[in-house]
Design a protein around this ligand. Structure first.
Ligand SMILES: C[S@@+](CC[C@H](N)C(=O)[O-])C[C@H]1O[C@@H](n2cnc3c(N)ncnc32)[C@H](O)[C@@H]1O
Length: 325
């Protein structure tokens, strides 16, 4: 363990998803965030929290505390707040004894449609038997960023629908009955299934045929063509534009910009799929879009999810034009 961490100076901690540790490390390097130590998938930095999109969870207010006993660790945690999630590293028996003396946190799988939990949730781990790292605040509302859902194992033709469910749960919003949606790169049809199951209308676009069971659902309309060939300016306006297309990030960025400029959608939720080496410059460009937000979701692989909201973009625009002072 490095000296800066021993002295207790942890300013932020970043949890990578499995297999994406190197991507998060690269991003932290680009942001100029020094990493003092990695503990499993958790990167500790002496610097304050930075906007690292590849973190599944970010610990906002870390404290590294010496503990003399299990009881002392429990007291330190309980003094601060009620709800804690444990990130397991080493020292399993000791950690289990601490966890058993903390109030239980209801981590039941979400029954979609539902928003992510809003109760304050902290995170803790033991870096050594006598060293407790805790944070009263973290960015993910789920324990260790792990969003879990009551799954539907018969309806959808692929498990990709979980990515859409997680995105909507984090957004706290999802298509409503009567909403119109576009689903780009829809095949085999998990996202379209999820949208149609909510009672919204969906036009599914893909070069490959949609699963016939999804194509036959009420409200689903399938067009077999390339999503890049669509001209938003000539299309009916939609409430939601969804995309899970396999495409280079830069190409998807151009498509997203075209849709935003057209004014033909109120919201966008799209998966950005990366190859090695990760195109961090494309991430920067997505992050710079006013009214946009990027998250690495538990159901993302080597992917980020981009969210955009026209109302938020207008608000940002108005703020930027207001005279200072
Ligand atoms: C990961 S799959 C989508 C899975 C889907 N969201 C689901 O829930 O089942 C990616 C899809 O992008 C489609 N795709 C790739 N290039 C495309 C293009 N130019 N236009 C439309 N679809 C495209 C592929 O055919 C593939 O079906």
């Amino acid at each position: 363990m490095s000296e800066s961490i021993r002295s207790g100076a942890v300013g932020s901690a970043y949890l990578a998803s499995e297999g994406n540790e190197h991507v998060l490390a690269e991003e932290l390097g680009r942001l100029g965030v020094p990493v003092a130590a990695w503990h499993g998938r958790l990167a500790l930095s002496p610097a304050p929290p930075a906007d690292a999109h590849w973190a599944l969870d970010r610990w906002e207010r870390p404290e590294l505390l010496p503990i003399g006993s299990i009881g002392e660790a429990v007291t330190l945690l309980r003094q601060r707040q009620r709800n804690w999630s444990h990130f397991p590293l080493l020292h399993h028996r000791r950690s289990a004894l601490i966890a058993s003396r903390l109030p239980p946190v209801k981590a039941a799988p979400l029954h979609f449609p539902a928003s992510a939990p809003t109760a304050p949730l902290g995170a803790w781990t033991l870096l050594a038997p006598d060293r407790l790292l805790l944070s009263t605040a973290k960015t993910s509302p789920f324990p260790n960023g792990e969003a879990r859902f009551v799954e539907d194992r018969t309806g959808p033709p692929s498990r990709a629908y979980l990515k859409l469910w997680e995105a909507c749960a984090r957004l706290g919003a999802w298509p409503q009955p009567g909403d119109s949606c576009l689903d780009l790169g829809a095949t085999p049809g998990g996202w379209s299934w999820a949208i149609a199951s909510l009672g919204a209308g969906v036009t599914a676009i893909d070069r490959a045929p949609l699963d016939p069971r999804v194509a036959a659902m009420p409200g689903v309309h399938f067009r077999q063509e390339s999503a890049f060939g669509l001209d938003p300016a000539t299309m009916d306006a939609v409430d939601w534009l969804f995309s899970d297309i396999i495409a280079y990030p830069a190409r998807l960025l151009a498509l997203v910009r075209r849709w935003i400029e057209s004014g033909r959608t109120r919201r966008i939720v799209c998966t950005i799929k990366y190859q090695e080496p990760t195109d961090h410059a494309a991430t920067d460009a997505f992050a710079a879009i006013p009214g946009g937000r990027l998250l690495h979701l538990a159901h993302n692989k080597h992917e980020l999810t981009f969210f955009w909201d026209a109302a938020l973009a207008e608000q940002r625009d108005a703020e930027a034009q207001r005279p200072a002072g």
